[in-house]
Ligand binder design. Structure first.
Ligand code: ZN
Ligand code: ZN
Length: 219
């Protein structure tokens, strides 16, 4: 862990102390509400700022949940399969991150993206000033990614994403929970200014990935 944090310190430009959680992120119309004093969206008990999320497969939205609802409704057999628990794991894939030729072959139009598998299709989602946009990923390109990095094959459909940051010289690639990816979407949308984003958005993106490294190190 210490090694990772030292690495973080070396990699990051001066990153200020953690800010409060990013504003609510929409996903299919529902909010990834991260306000304090909120309630479970399934049983209404009060929950803290750190809580699990359930993907509502009927709407594609994320629901804030208490631990009990997450445990019960997140079971594949429960609730008619309507809800899927968003996993908490964060796994860094440094070899894949540094493989410039592979990402060039993938042909993503934007250097900050997360890739989600839904059924047989894989979609790349790009955070932007006006919200997320998306594009299909060619099946053969995805197959090549899986061959290069077997961990990609273990990605849980819909609730986990392959999060890629190749902005401004960064080389990061993670298996990340989908709720976290939508937090990044909200961050970019709310902090972006002008044509190039402005300094604030880049500081926030750096902080986001810095926290990702810290959260992986403490798990
Ligand atoms: Zn609940
Ligand atoms: Zn929530």
């Amino acid at each position: 862990m210490t090694g990772r944090l030292e690495q973080l310190a070396r990699r990051r430009r001066a990153v200020a102390p953690p800010a409060p959680a990013a504003p609510a992120a929409p996903a299919g119309g529902t909010q990834v509400g991260e306000a304090p004093n909120q309630r479970c969206e399934l049983c209404a008990v009060p929950i803290g700022a750190e809580h699990p999320h359930l993907l509502d497969t009927t709407t594609g939205g994320l629901r804030c949940a208490c631990r009990a609802c997450a445990l019960v409704l997140g079971q594949p057999a429960a609730g008619g399969g309507r809800y899927r628990l968003v996993p908490e794991r964060r796994v860094e894939l440094p070899d894949l991150a540094r493989d410039d030729a592979r990402w060039r072959d993938l042909g993503l139009p934007v250097s900050l993206a997360f890739l989600v598998r839904r059924g047989d299709a894989v979609t790349a989602i790009f955070p932007g000033a006006l919200g997320p946009t998306d594009a299909p990923v060619a099946p053969e390109a995805w197959a090549a990614l899986e061959a290069a990095e077997p961990a990609v094959r273990a990605l849980e459909p819909e609730v986990e994403a392959l999060l890629v940051n190749r902005m401004r010289g960064d080389r990061e690639c993670w298996i990340a929970p989908i709720d976290l990816c939508y937090r990044l979407v909200a961050l970019v949308r709310t902090q972006w200014t002008g044509l190039t984003g402005g300094d604030e958005v880049w500081t926030e993106i750096d902080r986001f990935f810095g926290e990702l490294i810290r959260s992986e190190a403490t798990r």
